[in-house]
Design a protein around this ligand. Structure first.
Ligand code: SAH
Ligand code: SF4
Length: 370
């Protein structure tokens, strides 16, 4: 490599970009297909191992390109099988990625930003502020690391990652292009081949970006609603003052109507004791969501130190659920997974402010538990 010249990281490039990259090198476009398979299906990051390319081409690639994934600084599996990785990204920040196995399904929860600027009052990521967007390589790198952890595959084993949800740290629609590139790689047959129904983007409601999303992709959608009226939602999700509920639900309808199949949106509702957990809130929600093709996912609030909010009792959550079920909405309660390793929703804070302390703790854990 020539000193001072930065190499292009091929990890985050979807097929079209990789093809363009090979063209600029004066190479055939189909090289992109080979490289995609090496990187994403076989987990290879060393050009020398890409043996269906000539030695000359491999040397050329080593000069100008690289395949660089995030560095894993912590990797632990919870008692219930939930596995959490802490991955260090460029410039020393880290994010957390969680794999939740459930029967034949394995759902990977992926982060899109380091921190988040939207400051929802019940979310620990929001409380830590915003640091920066992740690159496409850093987003797909989380899937790459998780998939590599299960290589080589047993021929008849269940696939470890069947679903991806963009529900980790950050607001994916505020990192639009990188998230779209990464999701395209998740769905790419030459990469992870996950069906568009099983890739879900979760948003707190950036309405104009949601409309743009519908123009470029058809992944599944989760809407973080959390309240049945604007007055309450303004308090929980400050972004609501800019894009109120009526606009958000209208954009959700537009997005669903563009999809080629009949798919429902998931409405996420974090249930917080004494705040939004009363039967009248549930009844108001029924009226609000009438006619929207959706299913509802209730997430009992996960407490964290900086928050005064409390988790509702299971009885209160079940009462809330019953009102929605009786009105005909398919409603599930998200069970908390990975509690013992801080992998539950809203507990993903990465290392945004207290950089050194947290990393030292993880390194310490690794040393105790190699
Ligand atoms: N920014 C996006 C995606 C990341 S948040 C969004 O808001 O949709 C993913 C989900 O975790 C959201 O539904 C969010 O409301 C939920 N969540 C955040 N903090 C939580 C907490 N403390 N307890 C339970 N769920 C939480
Ligand atoms: Fe950001 Fe989502 Fe947390 Fe709100 S809930 S602060 S949008 S990560």
């Amino acid at each position: 490599m020539t000193a001072g010249v930065e190499r292009t990281n091929l990890l985050g490039m979807p097929k079209a970009k990789l093809e363009a990259f090979f063209e600029t090198l004066g190479e055939k476009r189909f090289r992109a297909q080979q490289v995609l398979q090496w990187i994403h299906q076989r987990g290879v990051d060393d050009f020398d191992q890409m043996t269906n390319m000539s030695k000359v081409l491999r040397e050329k690639l080593k000069d100008v390109a690289e395949v660089r994934g995030p560095e894993v600084v912590y990797d632990e599996t919870s008692k219930d099988g939930t596995r959490k990785w802490v991955m260090r990204m460029d410039n020393g920040n880290s994010v957390e990625t969680v794999l939740i196995p459930d029967g034949e399904r394995g759902t990977l929860c992926v982060s899109s930003q380091i921190g988040c600027s939207l400051d929802c009052t019940f979310c620990s990521t929001g409380k830590r502020g915003f640091n920066r967007n992740l690159t496409a390589a850093e987003i797909i790198g989380q899937v790459w690391v998780a998939r590599r952890a299960f290589m080589p595959f047993e021929p008849n084993a269940d696939r470890p990652i069947t679903n991806v949800v963009m529900m980790g740290m950050g607001e994916p629609l505020l990192n639009f292009d990188n998230v779209v590139d990464a999701m395209n790689l998740m769905m790419e047959d030459l990469a992870y081949g996950i069906s568009k129904r099983r890739v879900t983007l979760s948003t707190s409601g950036v309405v104009p970006a949601l409309d743009r999303l519908g123009e470029v992709t058809d992944v599944s959608l989760a809407i973080s609603l959390h309240a049945p009226n604007d007055e309450l939602r303004n308090q929980l999700v400050p972004l609501n003052k800019k894009y109120p509920i009526s606009e958000l639900l209208a954009a959700t309808r537009r997005y669903l109507s563009r999809l080629p199949d009949k798919r429902k949106a998931t409405i996420e509702y974090t249930v917080i004791e004494g705040v939004n957990d009363q039967p009248e809130h549930a009844r108001e929600l029924v009226t609000l969501l009438k006619g929207l093709p959706c299913k509802i996912n209730l997430i009992p609030f996960n407490p964290f130190p900086e928050s005064d909010f409390r988790r509702p009792s299971m009885n209160a959550t079940r009462r809330f659920q019953a009102v929605l079920n009786e009105a005909g909405f398919v409603t599930t309660v998200r069970t908390t997974r990975g509690d013992d390793i801080d992998a539950a929703c809203g507990q993903l804070v990465g290392r945004v402010e207290d950089r050194t302390r947290r990393s030292q703790r993880y390194i310490a854990v690794q040393q105790v538990n190699p």
